[in-house]
Design a protein around this ligand. Structure first.
Ligand code: NAP
Length: 289
């Protein structure tokens, strides 16, 4: 084993039991023979400041907390607790990662947008693309940052217009309701589902036009469909888009990419992609995944 001190990373949120982050990160640490460990910790917005105090108290010690992976509902609350924010995080307005810089600062950043940008750019150029983003929450804002900084032209579709309009204004995007999506979807090069519609527990309500169903959209080959959901792996949108001949990127690719970027920030080392991808595949294939 390499001579490295025992240090921990934490994945935090509420609930947190379901998180697959430790599976990926710990597989990566083992592969690089690092004496690090990622642990889950249930943290509510109320006890988040105490965690940051703990991180500051431990940061000079061998048992320091080398970083955080942050999930719901803490991605916005954690913004104000870091020593420094990276540009992407302040543009998106949410952080999913904290890392300890060599100078001992707690730096907040966001790797979710890389989890969207990198898989898209492995398939096609974002520059000049017409992009439809479905949703206006944290994942949609990460998608917005990825697409706008990549040179895409974005139309945002969301149920709640009042939430979507200021976002569109800030990013120079166009707002449309879900009622317009069926008519207009053929015009888009890239369609990104950043809503939970398609998760097992999130059934669409066919009686409400504001509660969309994405598995009947008139998609066509040549379009790239990006699903952010990874549980289930094959959502109704993924199955439908494949049947229409679209190129499909699934939520597990996003999850892997954001985790690889996070691993590098936490450790300063290149993440072992294959090992972490295999760990994710096995976890998602298991009954608990
Ligand atoms: P969020 O901040 O709560 O935002 C959810 C968005 O979806 C909101 O704009 C909401 O619309 C919309 N929405 C919710 N239920 C809807 C429904 N029944 N019909 C239409 N719109 C609905 O959530 P988030 O953090 O952005 O997460 C969104 C999705 O991204 C989740 O499925 C999550 O699993 C996925 N995600 C994946 C990864 C990954 O690594 N693969 C990472 C992050 C998130 P309103 O504004 O109208 O309420």
């Amino acid at each position: 084993m390499r001579e490295t001190p025992f240090a921990r990373a934490l994945v935090i949120g509420d609930p947190i039991d379901h998180s697959l982050s430790p599976t990926l990160h710990n597989a990566g640490y083992r592969a690089l023979e690092l004496q690090f460990c990622m642990e889950k910790r249930r943290i509510t917005p109320e006890n988040l400041p105490a965690l940051f105090s703990e991180m500051r108290a431990l940061r000079e010690t061998p048992t320091r907390i080398l970083g955080l992976a942050i999930t719901m509902p803490l991605k916005v609350a954690a913004l104000n607790l870091v020593d420094r924010l990276e540009e992407a995080a302040s543009a998106i307005g949410a952080i999913n990662t904290v890392y300890l810089s060599p100078a001992g600062e707690l730096v907040g950043t966001n790797t979710d947008w890389l989890g969207i940008k990198r898989p898209i750019e492995s398939k096609r150029n974002l520059s000049g693309a017409q992009v439809a983003i479905l949703g206006a929450g944290g994942a949609a804002l990460a998608a917005m940052h990825a697409c706008v900084t990549g040179g895409g032209h974005v139309t945002l579709f969301n149920r709640n217009r009042d939430k979507a309009l200021p976002i569109c204004k800030k990013w120079g995007a166009v707002y449309q309701s879900f009622e317009a999506l069926t008519q207009n979807v053929a015009e888009f090069d890239i369609i990104i589902n950043a809503t939970p519609v398609g998760m097992v527990e999130q059934k669409p309500d066919p009686s409400s036009p504001s509660s969309p169903s994405f598995d009947t959209l008139p998609l066509h080959s040549g379009q790239l469909v990006f699903e952010t959901i990874y549980s289930p792996l094959r959502t109704p949108l993924v199955i439908h888009a494949e049947s229409r001949g679209c190129t499909v990127i699934r939520g597990d690719e996003m999850f892997l990419e954001q985790a690889l970027a996070q691993f590098t920030l936490h450790t300063g080392l290149t993440a072992p992609r294959l090992v972490m991808a295999n760990a994710l595949r096995e976890a998602l294939a298991s009954p608990q995944g």
